[in-house]
Design a protein around this ligand. Structure first.
Ligand code: FES
Length: 203
């Protein structure tokens, strides 16, 4: 019965498996003492994610996660957790949503954005670990994508500006960075990036 019900879902078998049997869940009452914790999203948006990591010899030795999210968010974070354990911090910092969705055999187009929470929370946990240990973050900036070439505005700059409260609208971003004041071809992508960040951080 459950088989024929699930057969109608537009998810791959790997997605269904990770959704039904999520790996490395942070269970209530579990004695897991993380070396770094990252949280993104908000309950208001229906997506909230917490990732905790243990670090040993510069590698992620263990990881737990909790999410209040949809099937895609659960499956992609479960997959992310399996991929990240054993990675160096640098490798884990460069895990992308595409790598996770590829490993899942793909996600429906309109569900792709659900997969960005896991890797963002993982990066936040690594940031937290480095900060707790008084270490510079050597990876920050190495994952940034330039969105406005004329003004050198990257996705990380936009994320930081949205998180700090300086940017809520396209006009705010133009004022802060001068983005889209050259050829203007980046306008659509800038708007998408702002909206994505507002959504992810529940703003
Ligand atoms: S690419 Fe942004 S103004 Fe030209």
């Amino acid at each position: 019965m459950a088989d024929s019900f699930m057969a109608q879902w537009v998810y791959t078998d790997t997605v269904k498996d990770h959704f039904m049997n999520p790996r490395n869940l942070w269970k209530d009452g579990e004695a897991f003492d993380p070396d770094g914790v990252g949280e993104v999203g908000s309950l208001a948006c229906g997506d909230q994610m917490r990732v905790g990591i243990k670090v040993s010899d510069g590698r992620i030795s263990d990881l737990r996660w909790l999410t209040y999210g949809c099937a895609s968010a659960i499956a992609s974070t479960s997959m992310m957790s399996e991929m990240a354990i054993g990675m160096t911090l640098e490798e884990a910092y460069h895990l992308t949503p595409s790598m996770i969705t590829d490993a899942l055999g793909g996600l429906p187009e309109h569900k792709f954005h659900c997969s960005v929470l896991g890797d963002k929370a993982l990066r936040a946990a690594i940031d937290d670990y480095l900060q707790r240990n008084g270490m510079e973050n050597p990876y920050k900036g190495t994952t940034a994508k330039i969105i406005c070439e004329c003004k050198g505005v990257t996705d990380h700059m936009i994320e930081d500006l949205v998180k700090s409260g300086k940017v809520r609208t396209f006009e705010d971003l133009q004022r802060e960075t001068g983005a889209a004041t050259g050829c203007g071809k980046c306008r659509e992508r800038l708007l998408e990036e702002i909206n994505e960040c507002l959504h992810i951080y529940g703003l």
